[in-house]
Design a protein around this ligand. Sequence first.
Ligand code: DGJ
Length: 727
Amino acid sequence: MIVLDKEKHVFTLHTQNTTYQMKADENRVLLHTYYGPRVEGGDLSYLIQYADRGFCPNPSQVGQRRDYSLDTLPQEYSTCGVGDFRLSSAQVEQPDGSRLLDLRYESHEIRPGKYVLEGLPAFHGQGGETLSVLLRDPFSGVEADLLYGVFEEYDLITRTVQIRNRGDRPVRLTQAASLCLDLPPAGMDFITFDGGHVRERWMNRTPLRPGVQSAGSTRGTSSHQHNPFVMLCERDAGEDHGLCYGAALLYSGGFQVEAELSQFGDIRLVMGLQSQGFSWQLNPGETFTAPEAAMICSPRGFTPMTHRFHRAVRERLLRDPYAGKRPPVLVNNWEATYFDFDEEKLLNIAKVAAPLGIKLLVMDDGWFGERNDDFGGLGDWTVNRRKLPGGLEELVPQVQKLGMQFGLWVEPEMVSENSALYRAHPEWTLGAPGRPAARGRSQLALDLSREDVRDYLFGALKNVLDSTEIAYVKWDMNRSFTDIWSAALPPERQGETPHRYILGLYELLERLRRTYPGLLIEGCSGGGGRFDLGMLYYTPQIWCSDNSDAIDRLRIQYGTSFCYPSACVGSHVSASPNEQNGRVTPLETRGVVAMSGTFGYEMDLCRCSEEEKAVIRRQTEDFKRYAPLIREGDYYRLTVPFQAPGYTAWAHVAPDRQEALVSLVTGSTWAAQPFVTLRLKGLDPAARYRINGGEALWNGDALMYAGYPVPLMQGDYQALQLHLEAV
Ligand code: DGJ
């Protein structure tokens, strides 16, 4: 609900449990007055204190007043170069060469329905309202329209900014953040999710210290190294207590998020596009729209924040052809065969898979062009007839005869120099003339900012998709961007290339989605190199990591879970010893971990023993039974991986609390272990539950407050799955 106090120019956004407020003061400065637990009370600007602070400049219009400074006041969208030395939200090079931007309240509008962002991912929903607050630089023609969407039942506030040039000469935008959040002094921690390829989204929590702490990506992708989801929380906050804020950017390119602890202890969080290398020429009358950011404040710890993000993402972001339906369990041939496969090998895998309950065969990299290793072939999206002599037309019906659907890997954004496409169109790649572009995995990036390139790719993909029945596409992308330069843009617009690339990618994906609405597209960038809410808008699931080791995945999936629901997390059972780290784990354990995601297999099933096949058959049956719970249930982190008590546990609980699936994985074993009990969460305290169909009835309150005695387990990396049903 948006409440407006017209006289005082106070704008209050209420969600079910939180309140967010801003106020345009007598100098037309838009002050941020509050974001926290819901309060009904009117103007909260009494919280703001004024004092004469040394070296904090005073705007000219306040005359000799010394206690009024942009440097000390909480800003709704910070300015640049005119007296606030903390993080800026936008930077503009004005026609006179100055880099000054002052933004003052001009007008506002409350519109029914949530704003729509043309060409950008965004939360969507019927009903709701939009608050638009227009700010203007009094000395140039630059305007910033701050847009807010309120999703009350999710405690979700979305926001973005549209920067417009109302002047008569071009200006150059060099920063356009989506979110600026000023919080009052408090001991707070900054939580980011960081790592690298095969080690994505490890949680890092550090107290804010004076100055700026940041996470971001200059790779042109949201990256394996950092994630565009961060948290701020009270120092003692945990899963079930303490004030915390989660902020996510719906964007798949380079981003930057910075948290600043100022000289007076107040905190500023700024999140948006990566500024390094970014510039955007805004001609008179033109508007730049920043990507959407999403914020959730939880007054009671991480778990409620996670639940709200998960529900909002599932219900208001994903456009999943399997929404509310059970997705097919898949087998992917990558770790089974790599590039070395032919029709016979694939069909042999499918023949073993079908009776085990696996419903989708995915043919990964290597089926097209001269793609026999990762040095060539990308760009030539026609079947390699040496591997598949009868083409897809012959292969797919054979797979379907086994009762399975067929899926395909593609990497459309990339090209190998050894390809017909590159030979025909070297100018379609990113790279400056006379400067040989760096290769990544021996490949170059196509320039998706170009319409002709996108048209070509759409046509090439359409040819493949129209040639037979394809139920699923894995959309991969395997390098970081370098040599950012587009042959289609003039020199003064080269700074637009990275963002135009992402807009092009979104446009291509949207075109594909609209043409093939039933097609499930799984995103991938060497695993989780582009795991963000932007991508999820187009590809409702993303291969979480190229690391398929169940134990490493515990930490990766733990970090991922803070913002992203299990239904989005691509997760498969692979062979043991694991291909990435050589670890040996039981098949049961690999199944339990992969089930906290989209679930599938990525191993040569032809090599499985009869005992292993029996386990797999049971796992696929279990997943089919548990899928609604895993995909739509509330997720509880019950322990922190690799910390005491030595095992990792989590649970999915049905929204009506009548059913739950508890998963637990032990670490490496040792003798004479202590007895442990696991305290469950989210159950109905008054309900009685049957566990794994057993006779005994367990009280919900006892399971939560006293716990469940975990049986002693022999051997490394054992797993336990408890299926609770209320009687
Ligand atoms: C990287 C992906 O993450 C893998 O799953 C696989 O598809 C390879 N690329 C294929 O080249």
